[in-house]
Design a protein around this ligand. Structure first.
Ligand code: FAD
Length: 439
C-alpha cells in the first residue's frame, strides 16, 4: 500500500511539479534563479529521458534550437542550449558542423544536462496522490510534502487503435518502443501504420538497413491521402507565437476545434528532409540496386482489422478511403504502430478531481494555464502540455515551452513579464475601428 510507504516530510514548497519532461524542466530552469519560490520537481523515471526508446539514429529536432528550455523568455539563463554547448566546450564544433537541424539525441543530452544541474529536481519518485487541505498535499511513493501550487507536466502516452491494442507484444509495438523492439527484422515483412513524422522516421530507418538486416518488405500505411510535409513556412510559424496562442484561447469551442483540424499539418506533418531521404532511398532501391519489391506505399487507407496468422504472422485488413467497399489484405511478420500519442492520465488528481472544471476531455484552464476550480484563488494547479483544445496545436510542441513556463512563473511570483512584439498578422477583429484601405 502506497500510504504505508509514504513518510511525512515537513517540507513545504511554493510549487511542486509532477513530471520532468521538457515542459516542467523549462519551468524548473526558469525558477532556479528564484530561490524565494521554493520548488521541487518530481519524475518517476530513474534518470532523465526524452523519448529515449524512440531516439532513431539520424533524427533531428523539428524546431529551431532557440526553442530550448529558456531562451525565448530569458536569453541570459544559464540553462540555454548555447550555455550547454559552451559548458561542454563544443560551441565552435557545433557551429562548424553546420547542422541543418539539431540532432535529436544532442537536444536530449542538453535536456539531461539541464536536469542534472538543478538540485530541485528528483528522479525515481512517483507522485501517487494530490489532495488539498488549505495547501496541496503531494503523496509520492517515498514521502508526503505540501505545496501552495502544483504544476502537472506528465506529457503524452503512446496510443494504438483498438485493432492493434489487443495484439501488442514482441511483433506488434508502438513506435515509441522502436529502438528496443525493431531489431532482427532482416528478411521479414514489416508494416508501418501512421503517416506522421514518427511513422516516416521508422519507415526510413527500416528501408535504410543494409545486408542481412534489411527487411524483405516494408509497407507504409497512412490515413492521410499522401505523405504530407509539415508546413514550416514563415507566416504559418506565426501560429507558434504567444499572441496567437492567446488569440486561439479567446475563440469559441467550435472555432478552436475547426482550426486544429484544418491546420494539423503545421505541427503533425513530416519534415521535408525526412521525406526527401525516404524518396531517395526508394529510388536507389528500385532503380540503382534493383530491389523493386522492398517498399509498399499505401496512403489514403485505414487499418480496420488485425488477425493472428497460422504461422505466427499477422493478417492486416485495410480499407481504402475512396473505395470503402474494396478491402485489401497485407501479411506481416511485424507491425509498427506510429499512431500518435494522447495526453497521459492524471489519476493522482483523483482526490480533488471533482473540484476541477472540465472542458471536453481537458481540464479547463485560465489564461495562465491554471485549472479553474473551486479552491482559493491563491492556490493553483497548472497544467503544461494538456490543453491542445484550448491553446491550439502549439501546446504539445516545444515552441512555446519557455513562454508558457514564464507565464506560470510570473503567476507564482505575482508579476507579468514583458511580451515580445506581436505577430505582423492581426489575428483578431478590431470591432468598431476603421481598417484603412490602401493606407
Ligand atoms: C519522438 C518525439 C520527438 C519529438 N520531437 C519534437 C520536436 O522536435 N519539436 C517539438 O516541438 N516537439 C517534439 N515532440 C513533441 C514534444 O516536444 C514532446 O512530446 C515533449 O516530450 C513533451 O514534453 P512534456 O514535458 O510535456 O512531456 P514528457 O516529455 O512526456 O514528460 C512527462 C514526464 O512526466 C513523468 N511522469 C508522468 N507521470 C508521473 C507521476 N505520476 N509522477 C512522476 N512523474 C511522472 C514521466 O516520467 C515523464 O518524464 C516530440 C515528440 C516525440 C514523441
Amino acid at each position: 500500500m502506497g500510504h504505508e510507504k509514504a513518510t511525512p516530510d515537513s517540507a513545504h514548497y511554493r510549487c511542486v511539479g509532477v513530471g520532468v519532461g521538457p515542459a516542467n524542466l523549462s519551468l524548473a530552469s526558469l525558477l532556479h534563479s528564484r530561490p524565494e519560490v521554493r520548488n521541487l520537481f518530481i519524475d518517476r523515471k530513474e534518470s532523465f529521458g526524452w523519448h529515449d526508446s524512440q531516439q532513431i539514429p539520424g533524427t533531428t529536432l523539428q524546431v529551431s534550437m532557440f526553442k530550448d528550455l529558456v531562451s525565448l523568455s530569458d536569453p541570459k539563463s544559464p540553462f540555454s542550449f548555447l550555455a550547454y554547448l559552451h559548458d561542454q566546450g563544443r560551441v565552435y564544433h557545433f557551429l562548424n558542423a553546420q547542422f541543418d537541424d539539431v540532432p535529436r539525441l544532442e537536444f536530449r543530452n542538453y535536456l539531461a544536462w539541464a536536469s542534472r544541474r538543478n538540485e530541485n529536481i528528483v528522479f525515481g519518485e512517483v507522485v501517487e496522490e494530490v489532495g488539498f487541505d488549505g495547501v496541496f498535499t503531494v503523496r509520492t511513493d517515498r514521502r508526503t510534502v505540501t505545496a501552495d501550487n502544483i504544476v502537472v507536466g506528465v506529457g503524452n502516452q503512446p496510443w494504438v487503435p483498438v485493432q492493434g491494442r489487443r495484439h501488442l507484444g514482441a511483433t506488434q509495438f508502438h513506435v515509441n518502443d522502436f529502438m528496443t523492439s525493431a531489431r532482427n527484422l532482416g528478411g521479414k515483412r514489416v508494416v508501418v501504420v501512421g503517416g506522421g513524422q514518427s511513422g516516416a522516421e521508422a519507415f526510413s530507418d527500416l528501408i535504410s538497413r543494409s545486408g542481412a538486416e534489411l527487411p524483405r518488405r516494408v509497407s507504409w500505411i497512412s490515413r492521410r491521402r499522401n505523405y504530407f510535409p509539415i508546413d514550416d513556412s514563415p507566416f504559418t510559424n506565426d501560429y507558434f507565437m504567444p499572441d496567437h496562442s492567446d488569440y486561439f484561447y479567446s475563440l469559441g469551442a467550435e472555432a478552436r476545434a475547426a482550426f486544429n483540424a484544418q491546420h494539423i499539418l503545421t505541427s503533425d506533418g513530416i519534415s521535408e528532409s525526412t521525406l526527401r531521404d525516404v524518396y531517395q532511398r526508394i529510388y536507389v532501391h528500385r532503380f540503382v540496386e534493383g530491389n523493386p519489391d522492398l517498399v509498399g506505399l499505401h496512403p489514403n487507407r485505414e487499418v480496420v482489422g488485425v488477425e493472428a496468422g497460422a504461422a505466427g504472422d499477422w493478417g492486416i485488413t485495410v480499407r481504402h478511403n475512396d473505395k470503402p467497399d474494396a478491402l485489401e489484405h497485407f501479411e506481416a511478420d511485424v507491425v509498427v504502430w506510429a499512431t500518435g500519442f494522447r495526453p497521459a492520465a492524471m489519476d493522482f488528481l483523483a482526490p480533488i478531481a471533482h473540484r476541477l472544471e472540465r472542458h471536453g476531455d481537458e481540464l479547463r484552464i485560465d489564461e495562465d494555464y491554471a485549472v479553474c476550480w473551486d479552491g482559493p484563488a491563491d492556490r493553483s494547479i497548472f497544467v503544461q502540455n494538456a490543453a491542445r483544445g484550448q491553446r491550439g496545436l502549439a501546446d504539445p510542441n516545444l515552441s512555446l515551452n519557455a513562454w508558457r513556463s514564464q507565464r506560470i512563473a510570473d503567476r507564482l511570483c505575482g508579476v507579468r513579464s514583458d511580451e515580445q512584439l506581436a505577430s505582423f498578422i492581426e489575428w483578431s477583429t478590431k470591432t468598431g475601428t476603421n481598417v484603412p484601405w490602401g493606407a
